[in-house]
Write a new protein. Structure first.
Length: 128
């Protein structure tokens, strides 16, 4: 396992990656199954978990971290999309729209761009 990923896992629990499954909330399992193969993917997974727990500000910080530390990763488009959706959830329509537009223009042809375009349309915005 990548040493950088092990350090990242220790942020979740000092006992990772060798136990305390209930404390890690399943991160060990998703790493073992191959669903999480990189530091960016681990952060993305953690952000998803935080969002699912309605810890919106914390999730937003994690997705920002993905974009700052791994801008060229396969999780960049997803992190940008999630940022837009989280800003909308927080009631910040301006930042939400800005982030969704960024996904559309910077990640064309991706599933994330399609989802961002769909959400922008639901807000009454037209995207070319």
């Amino acid at each position: 396992m990548n040493p950088a990923l092990i350090r990242l896992l220790h942020l979740t629990s000092p006992t990772l990656p060798v136990g305390a499954y209930s404390y890690s909330q399943g991160l060990e399992w998703v790493v073992e199954t191959g669903a999480v193969k990189s530091e960016a993917a681990a952060l993305d997974w953690i952000g998803e978990c935080l969002d699912a727990q309605d810890k919106t500000e914390e999730a937003l910080a994690i997705f920002n971290q993905v974009l700052e530390e791994y801008p060229a990763s396969d999780k960049a488009a997803a992190a940008q999309l999630k940022k837009g959706l989280l800003y909308l959830k927080l009631g910040d329509k301006g930042q939400g729209v800005l982030n969704l537009q960024y996904v559309v223009y910077e990640h064309p042809g991706t599933r994330e761009a399609d989802l961002a375009r769909e959400r922008l349309r639901s807000l009454g915005m037209t995207i070319r």
